[in-house]
Write a protein that binds this ligand. Structure first.
Ligand code: SAM
Length: 212
């Protein structure tokens, strides 16, 4: 994702009621941030947040948290949120490498990873959000019967991710390399910003669902 340094992004985030400051203080108490106690789904690397905001509007019976590393990107989501407020969504600006410092054991019901950065060099494999190192972090926060959903158009990253699932001791529940032509997995699919861009170019979209 091309990044521009947006002046005032950090300050705007600090002032937004949708962005949780010092998220590690919320560990074990995320439900207190929402009007209703209901399942908690998170998206890691949400970018400008289109997917998670559409999901929150469609599913008022779920609480959502969007996580994005860059304040300049997260700011775009917050601006959209101010125009269309929703009670069941919050955001965190953080590096997901620290995710186990922020959520308690069994606190998260579902994890979404959409079009995660591929980190193509082998020596950077452990930075991929579907690496065994990240699955080990998800192990610490995801409920026993929870699951993870991952979408990408990057075939190499998808192959790597399919291999990492069993390596991490997880179970592959379903997968496809052509989501938009898979009647079962595509049912109810909500497109992400990158998904729309890459499928418009003709790239097939891959998806896997994995559980612990
Ligand atoms: N999920 C969105 C979509 O599908 O349209 C955005 C995809 S974009 C390629 C990946 C996003 O993940 C970027 O905004 C990047 O900053 C964020 N990201 C990558 N690694 C991250 C990490 N370790 N922690 C938090 N965010 C991360």
């Amino acid at each position: 994702m091309r990044l521009r340094n947006i002046p005032g992004a950090e300050e705007a985030i600090l002032n937004s009621e949708y962005c949780i400051k010092n998220p590690e203080e919320q560990k074990g108490h995320w439900q207190d941030c929402f009007d209703k106690v209901q399942p908690l789904h998170i998206e890691i690397g949400m970018g400008k947040g289109r997917f998670i905001m559409d999901m929150a509007a469609l599913h008022p019976d779920i609480n959502y948290i969007g996580i994005e590393r860059y304040s300049s990107v997260l700011l775009r989501a917050l601006q959209k949120m101010e125009l269309n407020p929703l009670p069941n969504i919050k955001f965190i600006c953080m590096d997901a490498a620290d995710i186990a410092e922020v959520f308690a054991k069994d606190e998260v019901d579902r994890i979404y990873l959409n079009f995660s950065d591929p980190w193509p060099k082998d020596r950077h494999a452990k930075r991929r959000l579907t690496s065994r190192q990240f699955f080990a972090r998800y192990d610490q926060i995801l409920k026993k019967d929870g699951h993870l959903e991952f979408k990408t158009d990057n075939q190499d990253l998808f192959t790597f991710s399919l291999e990492e699932v069993p390596e991490a001791g997880w179970k592959l529940d379903a997968s496809t390399r052509d989501l938009h032509h898979d009647a079962v997995l595509n049912e109810g699919n909500v497109m992400t910003e990158y998904e729309e861009k890459f499928s418009f170019k003709g790239n097939p979209i891959c998806k896997l669902i994995a559980s612990r």
